[in-house]
Design a protein around this ligand. Sequence first.
Ligand code: ZN
Ligand code: ZN
Length: 342
Amino acid sequence: MEKVNLVHDDSKVGTRNKRGDWSPNAKAPITPLFWFPFKPLKFIKNLFAWNGFFLNFYHLLWGGMAVFCWFFLTPSVETLKTFQLDWIAFLTIRNTIIILVYVSFYHYHFYVKKTQGNSFKYNARFLDQNNPKFWFKNQTKDNLLYVFLSAIPIWTAYEVITLWLYANQFIPWMTWDTYPIIIVIMFLLVPTWRSFHFYLTHRLLHWPPLYKIAHVVHHRNSNPGPWSGLAMHPIEHLLYFTCVMIHWVIPSHPAVAMWNLFHASLSPHAGHGGYDRIVLKNGKWMVTGSYAHYLHHKYFECNYAGDDLNILDKMFGTFHDGSDEETQNTMERLKQKNYIKT
Ligand SMILES: [Zn+2]
Ligand SMILES: [Zn+2]
């Protein structure tokens, strides 16, 4: 009898429609932290448990990279005091290599080797290779252009300015010796702040004039891939990375500010990969996709927040849990707005 690898068998947890698009059977839940009625013990468990609100593999990976870069791949405070081409170029190259290696891992696995085929893939189609809406008619090349010529330079510019401000003590710097606990708390809160900031700026980007000028560039990726995560118009990048400006006002530590920017730069790729989970050759798997954000790319008028704070969508009536009923509701909202041509 042939051995069936249940890990690869996406029919156990999802359904494939006639077009071959796969969707999870379970409705997308509100983040457990905000479950009602309020239960204190459950709340604390959801807050601090592994894969809970604060601690999970991705937060440790991206946060760890930010701290590593602060200690080992950032020039000395003395150097950061004056803008010099050499260290700015160094940070640009450092950030370029990080993105190149990290995003290539997903792109190679899903779209070059096609290791999983269509298993756990939301949209049956692969990335566009002959679509005039993209530069060079090629979705991947187009996305690469926006990531390398806009996202990385603008991310680095915000990082350079922030580090320069810290080095010159133009913004308040909490030292580790004096405020270790507050710095740890701020570190844990970075993803929550990012979700809140993303929700606000994302709503703004769906304001018709701004959508038509800027956000439409990201939304051309109705069937996104890993490189689509940061494929945005420069105006959107300028807005997107303002998340770091909170440290220009609230006392903090440069490593926390860098973690904020690293979260903005590294978190979108797995979630835009188009797959619900990544399954490695050895059978080990991990959740990668954000079905809620995939639905945003598909239906526009829903799920503006990141997964952590989807309570905001629930509160403002834009939460799409993946059900047919919510698709109907979203389509109704979409009809009332005529700035998006689907
Ligand atoms: Zn997106
Ligand atoms: Zn959008």
